[in-house]
Design a protein around this ligand. Structure first.
Ligand SMILES: Nc1ncnc2c1ncn2[C@@H]1O[C@H](COP(=O)(O)OP(=O)(O)OP(=O)(O)O)[C@@H](O)[C@H]1O
Ligand SMILES: [Mg+2]
Length: 250
């Protein structure tokens, strides 16, 4: 049986403000099997970040069920939620969110440091993660001494340090030029081919078509859920490489 990285059932989220209640998610259901690669799309305000925040245990649903592995997020106390977030969630943001004073390898260590779990074995693992994202010879660089793509690769390595249920990424290529976008998407392809589950939010068709599957939200509801064929994924990969080449030739 395929194990599920997450299972979402009739998920609702309401933000109660003074004058009104915003129904950001109005009953969303879908499953993500382990090893899947899902792009979440939808117009501004459709609930994408709200959904990602629930998956990342940054916020709790108003109702419905959200399973991460065997953990039911919707029933957790805030303390337990914070623990799951720090131990089992890997986030990648548009703006990298690296600590400027720390080196590459120290930035990757940050989640373990906060959990008080940074022993010799863990330090070695952080070096291996830096190597995995192609930064073995940049361990002691600081973020200002790296390109945008290298900074995002540090963020990806940091997201993996916890052995997360999945990599969650909110517009991870939003700040990157086409060459660097190609580089980061190749990184995601590699990680997914090694079996890691990826869930990302994007506005760009080229990015979404690289994923195995596109889930679209509209007005807080799921409006479509489509598998990308291998042909579509290959075409998107080639388009991304061509765009990167065009920049290189300029
Ligand atoms: N903390 C909050 N308090 C009140 N309303 C909120 C809050 N966060 C989001 N919303 C509202 O919930 C709805 C969904 O917002 P969300 O940020 O999930 O959209 P999105 O799909 O990520 O949009 P974008 O593409 O612009 O990032 C919007 O109407 C937004 O105004
Ligand atoms: Mg958003």
């Amino acid at each position: 049986m395929v194990r599920l990285a997450t299972s979402i059932r009739d998920l609702k989220k309401e933000y109660v403000l003074k004058s009104e209640t915003v129904r950001a998610l109005r009953g969303v259901s879908f499953d993500v099997p382990e090893g899947d690669y899902v792009a979440i799309m939808g117009p501004s305000g459709s609930g994408k970040s709200t959904l990602l925040n629930m998956l990342g245990c940054l916020d709790k649903p108003s109702s419905g069920q959200l399973l991460l592995g065997d953990d039911d997020i919707s029933r957790m106390t805030d303390d337990k939620l914070a623990e799951v977030r720090s131990r089992r969630i890997g986030f990648v943001f548009q703006s990298y969110n690296l600590i400027q004073q720390l080196t590459v390898v120290e930035n990757i260590q940050v989640p373990l440091y906060y959990q008080g779990r940074l022993g010799p074995k863990e330090r070695q693992r952080c070096v291996e993660l830096a190597a995995l994202v192609g930064l073995r010879d940049r361990l002691d660089h600081r973020p200002t001494q790296l390109s945008g793509g290298q900074q995002q690769r540090v963020a990806i390595a940091r997201s993996l340090v916890n052995d997360p249920y999945f990599i969650l990424a909110d517009e991870p290529t939003g700040n990157l030029d086409s060459r660097t976008t190609a580089e980061i998407l190749a990184m995601f392809d590699q990680l997914n081919n090694e079996g890691r589950t990826i869930i990302l939010v994007t506005h760009e068709d080229d990015v979404a078509e690289r994923a195995r599957r596109i889930v679209r939200l509209k007005d807080g509801l799921l409006c479509s859920d489509k598998q990308n064929s291998e042909e579509e994924r290959t075409r998107a990969r080639q388009a991304s490489l061509a765009a990167a080449e065009a920049v290189r030739d300029e």
